[in-house]
Ligand binder design. Structure first.
Ligand code: GCW
Length: 681
């Protein structure tokens, strides 16, 4: 049944007979040069993929000299591959890159998939299969692919009791109870899906960390997972609870400058690497939201990160230290804290430390300006942290394609260099010449049959991987291939679905937090609207802190007359955001407290514009529903019905968002809802 378990790897038989015939002519068999666990996965994938797509099986040739048009896969160093290879120097491909070339020799057509390492071959196999899945021509291929970012990692916020913080797709995949003996097929399917999009690392555990993961009993289980993932090119990382030396080691302190503490971590690292020689390293959330950290001992993030970096250094491990820090005892604007704490530490971290920065300075909002740390720490590799799970974007209930949001941040120009210093070019090491680079996505994966809860949430996992490999890819191209692989190659399906996906994030921003509003979500759950929440627990966990609506207007003044958070950006960017006139309207209320009568670019007043946005957002969900209905009979009933009900729920919730926010803000603006409202998207 079409329950979504197969993700984008459905390999449904091609329905275009003409194209099918062409592909079949082009590929009559395949051969794998060499043998290894990774190469057998590549071989299985080719057999399975081509069987599905062609509807008939393809033979595997064991020996050279076979006739017919064939695929040959293997390492560049293998003589059987080398003889065919055209103008590709192995040195440019690195460890993970690959080349796919069509070679014609004595009337024989060979599709060559070659790489320095086996994992590159597997990536190349997925690439070729994707071309066929999406009905692209393959008769004259000259592909060279090299990832732009080195560490492409999922962050699972999975707890040891299998609950998932901010997870909306069931429970954690990791069945700690049955590990290490029992390797669930699901682990392999997970690894395969990740390999198909080039993800090469996974942090198994929540950043709100439990020290127990570092005990021997758990490390055995982690080792079993690492062994299962290794052939798919995926390294395992763990979160390190900073106080673990106290909790597990009976030490009186976790002070990073204490020699016993250092020794404890050195020993722990040694123990881990004995089990898992290619262990990726540690991810750490310290001194944030109550988590322990070096500041508990009067030390800095640098001291903490470098201590762990020293421990994993002999084994080539890395430390990924999060810049998401905040503390309610810091009275300043919450948006400023990460920059305030980290910027002065630039240049003090060891070489195997990356600082992982969320895309925006608050917290994974539907829209945020890029984080001011990007471009501000040239001596430190900054790793991007996106959230794939939709904590503030309707959970797995709302259809929101996040690629456009990821791209908006990646393409933002920080103006911190003479060159075009987009966030992407900082993260990928181009601007500051970093070899160690990384990007993380907080996973939206769980035990739900379809992995992600919403059939369309799969597209966000997919898009994250595709962008992590190559951030210059367009959201539209990514959506196009995902739809073809996941649903159908029919234009009547692709067009409406792509339109819906491409518009979906802006629609969500409109019905949740338009014009730069943020964090209006209900306390703690972060799902529905609660713009009225104040003074519960702490100021900056409440909505009124962020929107600051009053009788004069609405918005957070972050200019020099307010919190001055703008000054954390480069001069040029700060000048733009500071100016009421030049500030892009999508960030207006992020940076300014604006009078209700302020005239917007549309000619409407701010209040009327706000009403327009909220109504437009909700009406556009109706438009999404209508589009989806046009697919009846064109996609399988199971997923059709599922998305139909989810969109109905989304419509209901979008309406609640609009009504709750407008009725509440109206108590300040004291203005009527305008009589002319926009027509849907
Ligand atoms: O987004 C917020 C979440 C917390 C999360 C924290 C973080 C893991 O509400 O659940 O904790 O950020 O990123 O550390």
């Amino acid at each position: 049944s079409e329950n979504g378990y197969d993700l984008w790897l459905r390999y449904a038989k091609l329905t275009n007979d003409k194209k099918l015939a062409e592909y079949k002519k082009q590929i009559t068999s395949f051969r794998i040069e060499g043998s290894s666990p990774t190469l057998s996965i590549a071989s299985d994938e080719l057999s399975r993929g081509l069987l599905g797509l062609f509807g008939s099986s393809i033979t595997q040739n064991k020996n050279a000299g076979s006739k017919g048009n064939l695929i040959i896969c293997g390492r560049i160093e293998s003589p059987a591959i080398k003889q065919y290879l055209q103008n590709t120097s192995a040195s440019t491909l690195g460890n993970e890159g690959y080349t796919i070339q069509t070679i014609t020799k004595d009337k024989q057509k060979i599709t060559l998939i070659a790489a320095n390492e086996d994992i590159g071959v597997l990536y190349g196999v997925f690439h070729l299969l994707r071309l066929i899945q999406t009905e692209q021509p393959i008769h004259q291929l000259a592909v060279t692919e090299i990832p732009k970012i080195k560490l492409r990692v999922l962050n699972h916020w999975d707890n040891l009791d299998r609950t998932v913080e901010r997870g909306y797709a069931g429970f954690s995949l990791w069945n700690w109870h049955k590990l290490p003996q029992y390797i669930d097929q699901r682990y392999l399917d997970y690894a395969r899906a990740n390999a198909s999009i080039g993800i090469n690392g996974t942090v198994l555990t929540n950043v709100n960390a439990n020290a127990n993961i570092l005990t021997e009993d758990y490390l055995k289980k982690v080792e079993a997972l690492a062994n299962a993932f290794r052939p798919y090119g995926i390294k395992v990382y763990l979160t390190a609870r900073f106080s673990a030396p106290i909790e597990l080691g009976d030490l009186p302190t976790a002070d990073p400058l204490d020699q016993r503490v250092q020794q404890w971590w050195n020993d722990k690292a040694k123990e881990i690497y004995q089990r898992i020689p290619d262990f990726g390293g540690f991810l750490v959330k310290a001194n944030s939201e109550g988590q322990p950290g070096p500041q508990n001992y009067g030390r800095t993030h640098k001291d903490g990160a470098n201590m762990l970096a020293t421990a994993v250094e002999p084994y080539k491990g890395v430390v990924i230290w999060r810049a998401f820090v905040y503390d309610n005892n810091v009275p300043d604007d919450r948006a400023k804290q990460a920059y305030t704490e980290f910027k002065p530490l630039d240049g003090t971290f060891k070489e195997n430390v990356l600082v992982q920065v969320k895309n925006g300075a608050i917290d994974f909002q539907p829209r945020e300006p890029f984080h001011p740390l990007f471009g501000a720490m040239p001596k430190t590799p900054l790793m991007m942290e996106f959230q794939i799970t939709q904590e503030y974007l309707g959970f797995s209930t709302h259809l929101v394609y996040l690629s456009t949001m990821f791209k908006e941040c990646l393409e933002a120009d920080t103006k911190t260099s003479d060159q075009m210093a987009s966030v992407a070019r900082i993260v990928d090491g181009t601007i500051d010449k970093h070899a160690l680079t990384g990007i993380a996505g907080v996973a939206n994966i769980g035990t739900d049959i379809n992995w992600c809860g919403h059939p369309f949430a799969q597209a966000n996992w997919y898009a994250f991987g595709r962008l992590a490999w190559n951030h210059t890819r367009s959201s539209e191209a990514i959506a196009d291939e995902w739809i073809r692989m996941t649903f159908s190659n029919e234009e009547a399906v692709i067009k409406p679905v792509k339109e819906v996906m491409m518009a979906s994030r802006e629609i969500t921003v409109n019905y949740m937090t338009p014009l730069g509003l943020h964090h209006l979500m209900g306390w703690s759950h972060h799902h529905g609207p609660a713009p009225w929440i104040k003074d519960k627990h702490r100021a900056d966990w409440t909505s009124v802190y962020y929107h600051k609506a009053d009788s004069l207007g609405i918005g957070f003044n972050r200019t020099a007359t307010g919190s001055d958070a703008v000054s954390q950006y480069s001069k040029a960017v700060a000048a733009k955001f500071s100016s009421l006139k030049d500030c892009p309207e999508e960030f207006l209320l992020w940076f300014h407290h604006v009078p209700w009568d302020h005239q917007m670019k549309s000619g409407r007043t701010l209040w009327d514009e706000l009403c327009h946005r909220y109504y437009e957002g909700v009406d556009s969900v109706k438009w999404m529903q209508e589009n989806w209905q046009s697919l009846k009979g064109k996609v399988d009933k199971e997923r059709f019905d599922e998305v139909t009900s989810l969109l109905a729920l989304q419509y209901e919730e979008a309406s609640i968002w609009r009504d709750a926010c407008l009725l509440y803000f109206q108590t300040f603006s004291k203005k009527p809802i305008p009589s002319t409202l926009p027509s849907p998207k």
